[in-house]
Design a protein around this ligand. Structure first.
Ligand code: GDP
Ligand code: MN
Length: 388
């Protein structure tokens, strides 16, 4: 789960990480009032969306005067901001963050993630901040330095100093950076973060270390014990179908193809997408309906898949281990009838009570083609989607 920049900066401030002064606004008038309260002549107006790359996309503007703040907020609010990190339709700008501008002497980069092979939290830092860090990592990896934190010892000051000196900071700046890093480490561990990133971390004109941007991502599996974080979730920034899916405990990810997939088990779901691609098709989604699938879940899954107008055919691939194929068949039939499904369905049911399941599908008189063999099922659904 992601937070907005302004929310992340609030947390930063609580953990002793210096951030510019700012105020949130959800209307142009509020933006003007925010600027007045902050005081001064110049301001930064920043679109609040769950994506980076806003600067290049016109979502970060340096402006002068209250009128300009109001004008800029008016232009940003209510639009969909498309950046390199969003899809083609972009993300809705429902609020802007008005900040006092900082004078930038240098733009640096620092982040932390869990390195699963090392089984440690690792910090990455680079003097090449502000730009695409992926580019830096790919073309000039020597400009990135990584340190791994021992879970029992925690982040050690010498490790922070090592990164600070790597970024050619002065001694005073290294001291400030050490506080920043220890704050980030506490955020990471105390709040169950999955990613913390400051890009850019700047050296101001006066030579101080300040977080100019803030990105926090949290481990969704830990949200049950991070109520204060979970409450700050902004659903407007998330895919509507994925949101709907989480309500029914369905593991769903929207993709760009035209073949809807309904599968039980994450591994089988991956294999199903692979085989669809192998035979020239494109999956419209990843969907794992889970082990203890019920008829109700199958119905909800169908509704989700068919919400996308791009879906031309549906591929059901169920292995009846814990669930019984006849129950699944019942769910499929109910769902197809209930939503008045027009597009073709190919169903492959294997495992417990598979014969009964297949017979039920055949007898239903609906546009459902039962196929036993996986390859044949994939070929059939790809052909159906192409001829649609
Ligand atoms: P992102 O593009 O979504 O990552 O948004 P950032 O918050 O990182 O801002 C993008 C860029 O805008 C930064 O790298 C800076 O170059 C510039 N910027 C943002 N805030 C300020 C500021 O207070 N002063 C100055 N001079 N530039 C800023
Ligand atoms: Mn940034």
């Amino acid at each position: 789960m992601n937070l907005h920049e302004y929310q992340a900066k609030e947390i930063f401030a609580r953990y002793g990480i210096p951030v510019p002064q700012g105020q949130l606004a959800s209307s142009p008038e509020q933006a003007r009032a925010a600027a007045k309260q902050l005081g001064g002549e110049k301001f930064v107006v920043k679109a609040q969306v769950h994506a980076g790359g806003r600067g290049k996309a016109g979502g970060v503007k340096l402006v002068e005067g209250f009128d300009a703040v109001e004008e800029t907020a008016k232009k940003m609010l209510g639009t969909q901001l498309v950046t390199k990190q969003t899809g083609a339709e972009g993300l809705p700008v429902n609020s802007v963050y008005v900040e006092k501008p900082s004078a930038i002497a240098r733009e640096l980069y620092v982040s932390a993630v869990v390195d699963r092979s090392k089984e440690r939290i690792v910090f990455m830092a680079s003097a090449a901040g502000g730009m695409d860090i992926e580019e830096v990592a790919e073309h000039t990896p020597e400009k990135l330095k990584t340190i791994a934190v021992h879970p029992a010892a925690g982040l050690q000051p010498y490790q922070a100093r090592e990164l600070g000196f790597f970024m050619e900071m002065s001694k005073e700046q290294v001291d400030q950076f050490t506080k920043v890093l220890s704050g980030l480490y506490r955020i990471f561990t105390e709040l169950d973060a999955a990613l913390v990133e400051i890009n850019p971390l700047i050296i101001t004109g006066e030579g101080n270390v300040v977080a100019l941007d803030a990105k926090l991502n949290f481990d969704s599996n830990a949200l049950y014990r991070q109520k204060a974080i979970a409450e700050q979730r902004d659903y407007s920034q998330e895919d509507e179908r994925e949101r709907e899916a989480s309500k029914y405990d369905l593991n769903y990810v929207t993709l760009e193809g035209d073949i809807g997939c309904m599968v039980n088990g994450a591994g089988l779901a991956m294999a199903t997408m692979d085989i669809v691609k192998l035979h020239g098709g494109k999956p419209a989604n990843f969907l794992d309906v889970g082990g203890g699938t019920t008829a109700e879940k199958v119905t909800e899954a169908f509704k989700l898949i068919t919400k996308s107008p791009d879906v031309k055919a549906i591929f059901i691939n169920i292995f009846g281990g814990i669930v019984r194929c006849d129950l699944i068949a019942e769910g499929i039939i109910t769902a197809v009838k209930q939503i008045g499904l027009k597009i073709p369905v190919v169903a492959r049911l294997q495992g417990t009570n598979m014969e009964k399941g297949r017979e039920m599908l055949k007898a239903s008189g609906l546009k459902i083609t039962p196929v036993e063999d996986l390859t044949e099922a994939a070929q059939t659904v790809v052909a159906l989607a192409k001829s649609a």
